[in-house]
Design a protein around this ligand. Structure first.
Ligand SMILES: NC(=O)c1ccc[n+]([C@@H]2O[C@H](COP(=O)([O-])OP(=O)(O)OC[C@H]3O[C@@H](n4cnc5c(N)ncnc54)[C@H](OP(=O)(O)O)[C@@H]3O)[C@@H](O)[C@H]2O)c1
Length: 381
């Protein structure tokens, strides 16, 4: 194959006039340095973490297809009040897509780059919603023999986060976990991981069918937050597991507060003594997602020994260092199609990723509706 010099890629721009513009642009590929390669991107997932950059605060109710079949484009209004939060990206056309997998089709002159030619690789490179991506050899990981790009496309964001939750739990002296939005792709991975590693898990979902889904996958403590008995059920599940740490992907609403309050009931029960400051047992919730962007509402019925913090994978990895990161990545590769398998319900082209019906579907981040962009697919698929 001749070395590609241009690529079609998905771009997201928010203008200072308050418009979100999604487009497919033909852009030049910069020349390769000795340690760089060109990857043909064959599979790249649309995860909630990609939606933050892709759609930002754009109002999907106002979205319209404004391009042509040759040059698809989608525009939507961005409320004026939301522009300050995205001030640093205003009027800049941004490439999107955290992770993906494909084949190395051209390589720089170094030995390390040449060794990758023809290999199926995974990259956490950013800008992966594109046909071809120039990357440094250090950004790539060769997939195990026989693994396809679709199997390897989600090798980092969700698997590493699930593993990092367990490391965080151990480092901070907890022995069990609570997880919300737990039927998510990440939640199903975490369930398999906790079962494999013998870590008690309390999984919280918001639909009865997702209770059944996780139970069918071996989960023991699965609760429906919409059930009238949820608060009482949560107390019993926390008592049974001893969980004093929660990872909350939702963020908005009262769930964080309900989890801390239930933890406090269990801790006070165990201490057997009354203290007006509450129990001495530290209770921690990390908000690691923003599935609900409404305010986090706290009803502080949980004493004084508690913490709420934000949690992100990349700072965690920086903190634990390259050796631990490599150990975690090695486990992901070993268990890529078992513990860390991702299910994709739709494969779509770059162009389809801008169709209004498709955007509305993946923007819901609904259980079992994970989209995979396959840039080689033709228009309309
Ligand atoms: N902080 C980090 O470093 C980091 C790293 C990786 C992932 N994440 C976060 O992890 C979460 C899961 O990612 P994923 O790829 O596994 O997601 P996913 O497979 O797309 O699933 C999303 C889940 O969220 C639920 N959900 C959507 N909107 C909700 C809402 N408003 N309230 C309650 N539940 C809601 C859905 O359930 P329904 O079917 O009931 O809607 C679904 O089960 C995301 O929030 C993502 O941003 C964060």
């Amino acid at each position: 194959m001749t070395t590609p010099t241009t690529t079609r890629e998905l771009r997201s721009k928010i203008t200072s006039a308050g418009t979100l513009e999604l487009s497919i642009e033909e852009v030049p590929l910069p020349p390769m340095g000795p340690d760089q390669v060109i990857v043909r991107v064959d599979a790249t997932p649309i995860n909630p973490s990609d939606l933050g950059l892709l759609l930002g605060p754009g109002r999907l109710g106002t979205a319209r297809e404004t391009g042509t079949p040759q040059a698809p484009r989608l525009t939507a209004e961005v409320p004026a009040a939301a522009l300050t939060a995205v001030a640093s990206r205003l009027d800049t056309s941004m490439p999107v897509g955290n992770e993906g997998a494909g084949v190395v089709v051209a390589a720089g002159t170094s030995e390390a780059a040449q060794a990758l030619l023809g290999k199926t690789v995974f990259a956490i490179g950013g800008g992966m919603y594109t046909q071809f991506r120039r990357l440094h050899v250090q950004q790539l990981q060769v997939l195990p023999e026989g693994r396809t790009p679709a199997e390897g496309a989600s090798s980092f964001v969700n698997p590493m986060t699930a593993l990092a939750f367990l490391d965080t739990m151990r480092a901070e002296g907890h022995t069990a976990l609570v997880h919300t939005a737990a039927a998510s792709n990440l939640g199903q991975m975490l369930n398999r991981l906790c079962l494999a590693d013998g870590v008690p898990l309390v999984a919280i979902v918001r639909k009865a069918e997702h209770v059944e889904l996780l139970r069918s996958q071996g989960a023991e403590h699965v609760l429906d937050s919409t059930s009238p008995t949820f608060d009482a059920d949560l107390v019993e599940a926390l008592a049974a597991t001893g969980a004093t740490l929660a990872f909350d992907a939702i963020g908005g609403g009262t769930l964080t507060s309900q989890i801390l309050a239930a933890m406090e009931v269990v801790a006070s029960r165990a201490s057997g003594e009354y203290s007006r400051y509450g129990s001495a047992s530290h209770k921690q919730v990390y908000v690691y997602g923003a599935l609900d962007v409404s305010p986090t509402v706290l009803d502080r019925r949980f004493g004084m020994a508690w913490g709420i913090g934000g949690w992100l994978l990349m700072p965690f990895l920086e903190k634990v260092g390259p050796q631990r990161q490599a150990e975690l990545q090695a486990r992901v590769m070993d268990e890529l199609t078992t513990t860390f398998a991702s299910n994709f319900t739709q494969e779509i082209s770059l162009d389809r990723a801008l169709s209004l019906d498709v955007v509305k579907a993946y923007a819901k981040s609904a259980t079992g509706e994970k989209y995979l962009i396959v840039p080689s697919l033709g228009e309309g698929r």
